[in-house]
Design a protein around this ligand. Structure first.
Ligand SMILES: *[C@@H]1O[C@H](CO)[C@@H](O)[C@H](O)[C@H]1NC(C)=O
Ligand SMILES: *[C@@H]1O[C@H](CO)[C@@H](O)[C@H](O)[C@H]1NC(C)=O
Ligand SMILES: *[C@@H]1O[C@H](CO)[C@@H](O)[C@H](O)[C@H]1NC(C)=O
Ligand SMILES: *[C@@H]1O[C@H](CO)[C@@H](O)[C@H](O)[C@H]1NC(C)=O
Ligand SMILES: *[C@@H]1O[C@H](CO)[C@@H](O)[C@H](O)[C@H]1NC(C)=O
Ligand SMILES: *[C@@H]1O[C@H](CO)[C@@H](O)[C@H](O)[C@H]1NC(C)=O
Ligand SMILES: *[C@@H]1O[C@H](CO)[C@@H](O)[C@H](O)[C@H]1NC(C)=O
Ligand SMILES: *[C@@H]1O[C@H](CO)[C@@H](O)[C@H](O)[C@H]1NC(C)=O
Ligand SMILES: *[C@@H]1O[C@H](CO)[C@@H](O)[C@H](O)[C@H]1NC(C)=O
Ligand SMILES: *[C@@H]1O[C@H](CO)[C@@H](O)[C@H](O)[C@H]1NC(C)=O
Ligand SMILES: *[C@@H]1O[C@H](CO)[C@@H](O)[C@H](O)[C@H]1NC(C)=O
Length: 468
């Protein structure tokens, strides 16, 4: 199987922007994170809710806002919340990942304080520890343009959030146990849309009585759909029956407006689309998220289906779902879709100067890392994945605490710049990077599955991707 590789440029540039001014507005949130019982696929299970909401509430703020989120952990295990895509420029203690933040113990609360400095766009948060994301705990982050900077398209008539993601009927503690026992998770049981199971588009595939998502719209209006793949591992193809999806933004950058009839959205990715309700409403329309790069005849049960309902709709959606791309096992179509996305370099975003005024083609790269992941291996009886032969093990003393108390023995700074062919090992090996430098990272996927990386706390630009 061909092997997709992607190169990224990562600025290790934490200090080039003006420090936070006390005058930037504050937004405060109080969250109680707890289990609630839901049956998205017809089986009651405990899911992670925020203030009893699943998915959680949207953090709706504007460029440069200071955000304070007081998180009370009402679960029975430690919790972290990470803010995907939010750059931790001035305060790298607040990104909610193991090593820089200590987990919040059950029954305790902790207030995350961060600033959405020089950012715009659509992001999401999720609990990164212990497979908790398989139980929910996610929600949207919207960073609006400041009023003085125009958005490169007409103001939409409404804003619609869509979380899509694979889902297991087993709960996250059972899933975790499977991995710890050295087992594969296997095929998910379905795809949820906004925490709900599929519309019953086919009586033999979808059982009766499942609650599905309905998106209510007005004919003739244009809505901004903010879509996030919040799943565990499944790439999903998104399409809205009979409608064009005009992509305008991805993860904090406005893109050149481009129509898609369907788009592959990989785990962790976020996109904004403008969708105009320009059809005749002879019936409702399907919104579909179906699994990619899998044998579809086996995976037909793993399809998310929601309903787009015009206020003047004349009936229920029926008949077959709109077709997925006809390219089973050929990743070229998907790669070409990804390659066609271009940043709009003439529009302002967080700042009035255009996004393109930062000439990343002229950046002097000072460090290059080639990171190769391999198919999971069993080490000490557990399923583990490796990067350059190393499976990371978080040290008992978190990295930042080790730095604070100058405990050099806690971790090593010897992460290899190139893949090695040695036997896989477990280690607390960390990349040694230099403040204010730019790093180029080449990801090489030696597995047979699509991989996604969460480069926490940093901005990066994809400078190329391809098949080997
Ligand atoms: C998950 O399910 C198992 C039984 O399969 C149960 O023992 C465990 O308490 C459940 N965990 C949660 C968080 O619901
Ligand atoms: C989010 O905030 C913006 C700016 O304050 C406001 O215009 C918009 O209505 C808010 N959206 C939601 C969904 O609350
Ligand atoms: C915990 O919550 C209380 C009540 O909202 C608040 O006063 C306190 O500052 C919070 N503690 C932390 C560490 O965030
Ligand atoms: C790019 O941004 C400019 C400035 O806001 C806007 O006028 C133009 O329509 C955008 N181009 C595309 C293709 O989206
Ligand atoms: C429902 O799905 C099954 C299995 O894929 C298929 O054989 C059948 O034709 C479908 N029914 C309809 C009404 O589409
Ligand atoms: C996208 O499709 C719409 C019709 O839905 C059309 O009016 C528009 O010109 C197309 N935009 C682009 C950039 O192709
Ligand atoms: C509505 O559009 C559909 C699909 O384009 C078409 O098949 C149907 O005949 C149209 N119905 C009416 C009442 O115009
Ligand atoms: C997909 O799975 C079906 C059922 O097991 C099998 O018959 C078919 O050969 C598989 N297709 C491919 C391309 O592997
Ligand atoms: C890269 O290095 C060259 C030569 O030292 C220098 O002229 C240029 O300004 C540097 N580029 C950036 C973006 O710093
Ligand atoms: C980390 O990199 C810096 C700068 O290149 C270097 O001075 C230092 O020795 C390195 N540390 C280790 C432990 O390799
Ligand atoms: C993985 O790496 C091995 C050895 O370097 C190579 O032979 C193989 O083709 C690679 N497989 C994939 C899927 O990239």
């Amino acid at each position: 199987m061909a092997c997709p590789a992607a190169a990224l440029l990562l600025p290790l540039l934490l200090g080039f922007l003006a420090p936070a001014r006390a005058t930037d507005p504050y937004a405060f949130f109080d969250w109680d994170v707890s289990y609630v019982t839901r049956s998205p696929l017809g089986v009651p299970q405990k899911v992670i809710a925020i203030n009893k909401e699943f998915p959680g509430p949207v953090v709706n703020v504007t460029t440069n806002y200071n955000v304070a989120v007081n998180v009370l952990n009402s679960l029975d295990e430690p919790l972290l919340i990470t803010w995907d895509g939010i750059q931790q420029r001035k305060n790298c203690w607040q990104d909610g990942v193991l090593g820089t933040n200590c987990p919040i113990p059950p029954g305790w609360n902790w207030t995350y304080n961060f600033q959405v400095k020089d950012q715009i766009g659509s992001f999401f948060y999720f609990p990164p520890l212990s497979m908790q994301r398989a139980a929910g705990g996610f929600g949207g982050i919207t960073v609006n343009n400041r009023a003085v900077i125009s958005v490169p398209f007409d103001t939409p008539d409404g804003d619609i959030r869509l979380f899509i993601g694979d889902w297991y009927k087993k709960n996250h503690t059972d899933l975790r146990k499977m991995l710890d026992d050295g087992k594969e998770l296997g095929m998910p049981d379905g795809v949820l849309m906004n925490g709900k199971g599929p519309y019953r588009y086919n009586d033999s595939l979808v059982p009766a009585g499942i609650e599905y998502e309905t998106i209510d719209v007005e004919p003739g209006k244009t809505y901004r759909f903010r879509v996030h793949n919040v799943g565990i591992s499944t790439s999903l193809n998104l399409r809205i029956q009979g409608h064009n999806m005009a992509m305008v933004e991805t993860e904090g950058s406005y893109t050149m407006k481009q129509n898609f009839t369907n788009l592959d959205i990989h785990v962790g990715q976020s996109y904004s689309f403008l969708v105009t309700m320009d059809q005749n409403a002879s019936s409702d329309y399907y919104i579909v998220a179906s699994a990619r790069f899998v044998n579809e005849s086996l995976w037909t049960r793993v399809t998310g289906v929601a309903i787009l309902h015009y206020s003047n709709s004349k009936g229920k959606a029926s008949g077959p779902l709109p077709d997925p791309p006809n390219d089973e096992y050929d990743k070229t179509f998907s790669m070409n879709q990804a390659r066609s996305i271009r940043m709009n370099v003439t529009t302002g975003a967080a700042r009035p100067n255009p996004q393109g005024s930062f000439h990343y083609g002229q950046i002097n790269v000072t460090q290059v890392y080639k990171l190769r992941n391999m198919p999971p291996v069993t080490i000490n009886g557990k399923k583990r994945t490796t990067l350059n032969g190393i499976s990371y093990s978080p040290p008992a003393t978190p990295l930042r605490l080790a730095d604070l108390y100058d405990k050099k023995e806690v971790y090593t700074l010897d992460f290899p710049t190139m893949p090695s062919d040695g036997p896989p090992v477990i280690g607390s090996s960390v990349i040694n990077s230099t403040y204010k430098n730019f790093m180029e990272i080449v990801f090489q996927n030696n597995d047979t599955k699509v991989q996604t990386y969460h480069i926490d706390g940093y901005a990066f630009w994809v400078v190329g991707n391809g098949l080997r």
